[in-house]
Design a protein around this ligand. Structure first.
Ligand code: C2E
Ligand code: MG
Ligand code: MG
Ligand code: MG
Length: 277
């Protein structure tokens, strides 16, 4: 019986593994056609100031509506696109759509100071020609109000090259955010030596609030540290009023999360923008 049971489990495991591999190769194959067909688009999640909850801008987040599989999470397809190099055209598409949207919003009533954050993969930073092309595209005032988000992992691979590239974005007036702070490598030293403007504290820190008083002290220390070196702080993944109250109390500048709004379609973001104006 045990053997039968074990055998059954093996078959099940093989089947789901095979399925995972099939889906993966499917996503890889369908990504480029979907990009061309317009099935890959952006949603925009509000970033608000604390404590007043005023809208300051949005983070652009990519979405893929697959013709057969439905909505596929970026957590699933971005890593594949990074491995295959498809992140290069995909990332360029994201940048252009976000910058066009930002330009339209900044021309709307009340939108003049609006900002839009775009996530960049490390892979988009290591090809010099690609970086040159992005910077060319952003010249001529297109960069006004743009922020880019990069993860800590990008800054540890090659510190000097990271600094050179980040400084080139900075020179265009693009603000630089360290995304998912606290999740990956310990890069406190990089924070001081790279030209970041904003630290985005990962959701895991925010969710841990309330479980142990030391978590709050830790977060307070991180916020103080960031402020001391001239960074603004955004808390990610804020879901409850309690979290909002604690974050406000420890001096966090901005917040993003389901408590305020989910990532929104362009139409919903625009509706919000017109009430905020
Ligand atoms: P991220 O840049 O850290 O984005 C924040 C993620 O947290 C988003 O997931 C957002 O929908 C989610 N989120 C926001 N508020 C809450 C909350 O209150 N609770 C919870 N549980 N989640 C919340 P999403 O959109 O699924 O994106 C996942 C990741 O995929 C992003 O993490 C980012 O690393 C990557 N990504 C998304 N769009 C792009 C893109 O255009 N380019 C690149 N390179 N990566 C992207
Ligand atoms: Mg991000
Ligand atoms: Mg993040
Ligand atoms: Mg993340």
């Amino acid at each position: 019986r045990a053997k039968e049971h074990g055998k059954g489990r093996t078959v099940l495991f093989d089947a789901s593994l095979r399925e995972a591999i099939l889906i993966r190769s499917r996503l890889q194959r369908d990504l480029t056609p979907s990009l061309e067909a317009g099935d890959i688009f952006l949603v925009y999640q509000p970033i608000v100031s604390l404590p007043d909850g005023r809208l300051t801008g949005f983070e652009a987040l990519v979405r893929w509506r697959h013709p057969d599989l439905g909505l596929v999470s970026p957590a699933q397809f971005i890593p594949i696109a990074e491995e295959t190099g498809q992140i290069l055209p995909l990332g360029r598409h994201v940048l252009e759509r976000a910058v066009e949207q930002l330009g339209r919003w900044r021309r709307m009533a009340g939108g003049a100071a609006l900002t839009v954050n775009v996530n960049l993969s490390a892979r988009q930073m290591w090809d010099e020609r690609y970086v040159d092309d992005m910077l060319d595209y952003l010249a001529d005032g297109r960069a006004d109000g743009l922020k880019i988000e990069v993860t800590e992992s990008m800054t540890v691979a090659d510190h000097d090259q990271a600094r050179t590239i980040l400084e080139r974005f900075h020179a265009l007036g693009v603000a630089l955010c360290m995304d998912d702070f606290g999740t990956g490598y310990s890069s406190l030293s990089h924070l001081g030596s790279l030209p970041f403007d904003v630290m985005k504290i990962d959701k895991s820190f925010v969710s841990a609030l309330g479980s142990d008083p030391r978590q709050e002290s830790l977060l307070r220390g991180i916020v103080e540290l960031a402020h001391r070196i001239g960074l603004k702080v955004v808390a990610e993944g804020v879901e409850t009023e309690e979290e909002r109250a604690v974050l406000t109390g420890i001096g966090c500048d901005y917040a993003q999360g389901y408590l305020f709004a989910r990532p929104l379609s362009v139409a919903d973001a625009e509706a919000l923008l017109s009430t905020a104006a």
